[in-house]
Write a protein that binds this ligand. Structure first.
Ligand code: SF4
Length: 377
């Protein structure tokens, strides 16, 4: 197991669109949290092989991992054996980034910070219930650089509701001016039981349509690739390097390439040898289970061969790595394949099949058609 995700569930408040497993806390129980993760880790090491392998990537996601005081964060990171060139990513909110905190993150081994910027429009940030303002996002990038964090990634959200006066082109241009190493660009989605879902149900918020979504998705592709970024996965862009290659997120790249990974913390998922499993979602239940010495796993499933085939096609088509044409039975005679190629959604090069940016707009349907149609294999 060379890739580990740790879920840090605490947030200062819930953003309007967020349905992640979070615990809103004024005061984060950081020492208790770190101790609980260490106990889960010890329990896994006792019961399963592979937990002592040094990690290639460690990802602290949330929630808001940057809410952990630097000393507790260092205790957490140093729990794990890391390879000398390991990628250690910390998700951070811009208003948690101070020079002292960022220097401490860098000293304990954090190599990469993923900043939840979301937008450079003040009204949008307010609507999202974000805790930071535009200036904090810009300051945070400078501070991370000054503290020696080698890689900075920015998250942006597009396809915002009508009437927000949101100029997504401006967001992209301001992000580029900050010279990030990486950008993650997500379309807004409405998840059940979120404030956004309630606003939509009451008619208070009117969502953008598919046309707006497609326009802004392709606008990001055009502007960011022109600015020197490699659009290497549906939602992710990596700065191209002068010596070739680009600054891809190695942890996420492992997910998309079907690698085994482990998870610790509430709601964390793991995947190995065709088995997916996940921990109990809520922090309080998770903490209680671990404190009693119980396994906090809530469920697991072994994927069927058909599910594995669909997943491999879906994951492969998400990225510029594509999939071997041989994974699709007789692609050249498959009606689904030919229709998708004619529509410009798929291309084939050197025995591999790739989704184009317009194909990425309909990835779910594409993967399902290619794996379930009787003639598509
Ligand atoms: S900071 Fe992130 S995890 Fe926390 S509520 Fe906002 S979107 Fe959700």
């Amino acid at each position: 197991m060379r890739h580990l995700y740790i879920h840090v569930p605490f947030c200062a408040r819930r953003c309007s669109y967020c349905d992640f497993a979070i615990a809103v806390r004024k005061r984060v129980p950081a020492a208790r949290y770190v101790e609980t993760i260490r106990r889960e880790h010890a329990l896994r090491r006792e019961r399963e092989p592979g937990w002592d392998t040094p990690l290639d990537t460690l990802y602290l996601g949330g929630g808001t991992p940057s809410l952990l005081p630097p000393g507790d964060l260092a205790d957490l990171v140093t729990t794990f054996a890391l390879n000398s060139d390991a990628e250690v990513t910390l998700e951070a909110n811009p208003d948690d980034v101070t020079l002292d905190a960022a220097a401490a993150w860098s000293s304990c081994g954090v190599t990469r910070v993923s900043l939840g910027v979301q937008s450079f429009h003040a009204a949008v940030l307010e609507w999202m219930h974000r805790t930071h303002d535009v200036a904090a996002a810009e300051r945070a990038v400078e501070t991370l650089r000054a503290a020696g964090i080698g890689e900075v990634s920015l998250d942006l959200i597009f396809a915002l509701p009508a009437g927000m006066e949101h100029d997504f082109r401006r967001d992209l241009e301001r992000a580029i001016r900050l010279a990030p190493d990486h950008l993650a660009v997500y379309g807004l989605s409405v998840e059940p039981r979120t404030p956004l879902a309630r606003w939509v149900a009451r008619g208070r918020t009117v969502l953008g349509d598919d046309e707006q979504f497609a326009h802004e998705f392709l606008l990001a592709h055009e502007i960011l690739t022109e600015a020197g970024f490699d659009h290497y996965e549906v939602s992710n862009y990596a700065r191209r390097l002068p010596q070739g290659g680009s600054r891809r997120a190695r942890h996420n790249w492992a997910y998309w390439n079907d690698a085994a990974y482990a998870g610790l913390g509430p709601s964390a998922h793991g995947f190995a040898e065709g088995i997916r499993r996940w921990n109990v979602r809520e922090w309080v239940a998770y903490e209680r289970a671990v404190a009693r010495g119980n396994d906090p796993i809530e469920g697991k499933e072994r994927l069927t061969p058909a599910q594995r085939a669909l997943e491999r096609v879906y994951l492969g088509l998400r990225t510029v790595a594509g999939i071997p044409a041989a994974d699709l039975a007789n692609p050249s005679s498959s009606r689904s394949f030919l229709a998708a190629t004619d529509a410009g959604w798929l291309t084939t090069r050197a025995g591999r099949v790739y989704a184009t940016p317009s194909g990425w707009l309909m990835l779910d349907a594409l993967a399902a058609a290619l794996t379930t149609s009787p003639e598509g294999g």
